[in-house]
Design a protein. Structure first.
Length: 102
C-alpha cells in the first residue's frame, strides 16, 4: 500500500510540474509561419472572431504581405454584420478587396 501511495504522489507531482508549462497559440508565433505563408496563395476559413489580439486575422496577414486570395466565411458574414440565418451572398470585402465565399 505504501508503494501505491508513493507512485500516486510522484504522479501528482509530475502532473503539477507539467501543468505549469507555457502554451503558445499560433497567433503568438507568427514569426514561425509567416515566411512560409508569404510564398503561397492563401485561403482563410474565418469569421468576425478570427482575431490576432485586436486585429482581424485577414487584416493582420495582409499587413505582413501574405497573399490571401479567398476567405470562406460561415454564418453572420466575414465581418459579423449579418443577422443569424440571413442569406449571405458571395462578394468582396470592402476593407481589403479580398474575395469572400459565404
Amino acid at each position: 500500500m505504501a508503494k501505491i501511495k508513493q507512485i500516486f504522489l510522484l504522479f501528482n507531482l509530475l502532473l503539477s510540474v507539467l501543468s505549469t508549462a507555457q502554451i503558445k497559440v499560433a497567433s503568438e508565433r507568427t514569426n514561425i509561419y509567416i515566411p512560409i505563408l508569404q510564398q503561397q496563395k492563401v485561403a482563410i476559413v474565418g469569421n468576425q472572431s478570427s482575431m490576432i489580439k485586436n486585429t482581424h486575422l485577414v487584416d493582420s496577414l495582409l499587413s505582413r504581405k501574405v497573399n490571401i486570395v479567398k476567405v470562406f466565411s460561415p454564418e453572420h458574414g466575414f465581418r459579423g454584420t449579418a443577422d443569424a440565418g440571413a442569406k449571405i451572398e458571395d462578394g468582396t470585402d470592402v476593407k481589403t478587396g479580398t474575395q469572400i465565399i459565404s
